[in-house]
Ligand binder design. Sequence first.
Ligand SMILES: NC(=O)c1ccc[n+]([C@@H]2O[C@H](COP(=O)([O-])OP(=O)(O)OC[C@H]3O[C@@H](n4cnc5c(N)ncnc54)[C@H](O)[C@@H]3O)[C@@H](O)[C@H]2O)c1
Length: 263
Amino acid sequence: MATSDRSDVGQLDGKVVLLSGGASDIGRATALRLATEGAAVVVGDVTLEGAEAVAEEVAAAGGQALGLRCDVRREDSVSAFVERAVAAFGGVDCIDHNVAWSHPRLDTDAVGVDLGVWDRVIETTTRGALLLARHAIPAMVARGGGSIVTISSGTSTIGESTRVAYGVSKAALNQLTRHLAVRYARDGIRANAIAPGFILTETAAAQVPAAVQARLAEANPTRRLGTPDDIARVVVFLCSDAAAYVNGQVLHVDGGHQIAGMM
Ligand SMILES: NC(=O)c1ccc[n+]([C@@H]2O[C@H](COP(=O)([O-])OP(=O)(O)OC[C@H]3O[C@@H](n4cnc5c(N)ncnc54)[C@H](O)[C@@H]3O)[C@@H](O)[C@H]2O)c1
């Protein structure tokens, strides 16, 4: 079934969402979709120009956004990001840790993986999520609760012969998400992970040959590739009150690819 561009506008009216890694691809689509649903979006990225450009795009479409530099590898940068968001919009209701960093050539297997790459992948994806949660949770508690979304990956729940650092960082992110879900539920905070399958981002479209894209689409039970907006819409759901009883889950958003045994 084709998805519609229309949605229940206003699902996130009055909510403030902090988005890490919002300058491109899935992050950019998420900022636009969150704002369409009424959220004020604080777009953080290690690339300030990129974060500001997305915030301007949101504003041009009639939404509310602020673009800030946020390097999730540095605790002072993350704490300043949260502080500036609270100063600008009065609080925090939701966070979406979208950032990941990878190095396809050097992130190989247990024997060969470059240890500097291993450290940076874990530091960015997993430790970065911890830092963002650690600094945002007190602000969320002050608002009476909220929603934490982490962007994981389909690879977090399978075995792969390569990308060992990426897979471990995402599996650890799932466990961090379950910890947050159980520990902070008493404070009104839910935490859930989204595990995308292959998403045809601008970057992927430029790098993956058309014939390979076609083969991947054909192999997917839904007969198409995922789009950044497929992920963005699920972020909206998990941030919204419609997901009030969804907590501690890893939600695969991949058209059924993994359950069909096709990773
Ligand atoms: N694209 C896919 O097919 C796919 C599949 C599964 C999972 N995912 C996950 O979805 C998320 C988004 O993927 P994408 O393809 O849009 O990624 P992307 O590489 O296009 O975007 C990542 C963003 O994070 C930013 N970033 C990198 N290091 C940072 C740091 N230290 N601090 C702050 N920002 C930093 C980058 O500048 C970039 O804007 C990632 O977590 C990725 O692992 C993507």
